[in-house]
Design a protein around this ligand. Sequence first.
Ligand code: GLP
Length: 265
Amino acid sequence: MRVIVESDAAAVSRRAAKFIAALVRRQPTCVLGLATGGTPQGTYQELARLHRDEGLDFSRVVSFNLDEYVGLAPTHPQSYRYFMQESFFRHVNIDARNTHVPDGRALDFEAHAQQYERQIAERGGIDLQLLGIGTDGHIAFNEPGSSLGSRTRLKMLTPETLADNARFFGSIEAVPRLAVTMGVGTILESRQCLLLAVGESKAQAIRDTVEGPVTAQVTASALQLHRDVIMVLDEPAASKLARLGYYREVEKAQAELEAAGRARG
Ligand code: GLP
């Protein structure tokens, strides 16, 4: 696991966008796994800026979102499809037909989940999966207790997640109880994972994810089993890491190596 600590949320967004932009330039037909929530919003803004100012081209990029609330129409302002449309898709030249978000109003969720998995496979799998993290250490909507081998399916949200997400809905009662979400197993199959976390409220989840045991109680900890994970954190989110000094040293060495590589041309 590569742990990168940036000074603040804006720097986290710039760093994350840089990783994604580099992939899009290298591989214009790449498959991006995308996330919702407050955390990736700055990253989407920065990607939109790179599209506007530097012509970053999304025309052949394919995307799959992690999850969606059950019962919300794509036009509902709190649906994740709407969020993606407003925060990202409409600001870049991605082809709408290449964007995928689970359907919160599917009639047969099991069939829909299987179809979603099939679509990912047909596109060759996810090259880079962007992730946020819940305060209880969940990724996507894989709440504590989710099987670490799980696939796309329905999941019931925990009271903690309902309370965390109530801020977007006005009240806890308005938050849907169910979501359709990629599984931990689905996420682990992505070629690379890029997890972002900002703020002190994520510090314990990050500590558990990076330095705790691998456990279904903290589904992000399953990322320890993945061979290519990058975590980009701000200082408060990184504040409970026991080996913070070591991670910083590693990044310093990495930066020196990259600079030496550039100097050699
Ligand atoms: C929800 C989403 C997750 C997201 C989490 C944290 O649970 N399903 O994908 O990581 O919220 O959101 P935020 O970035 O707003 O803290």
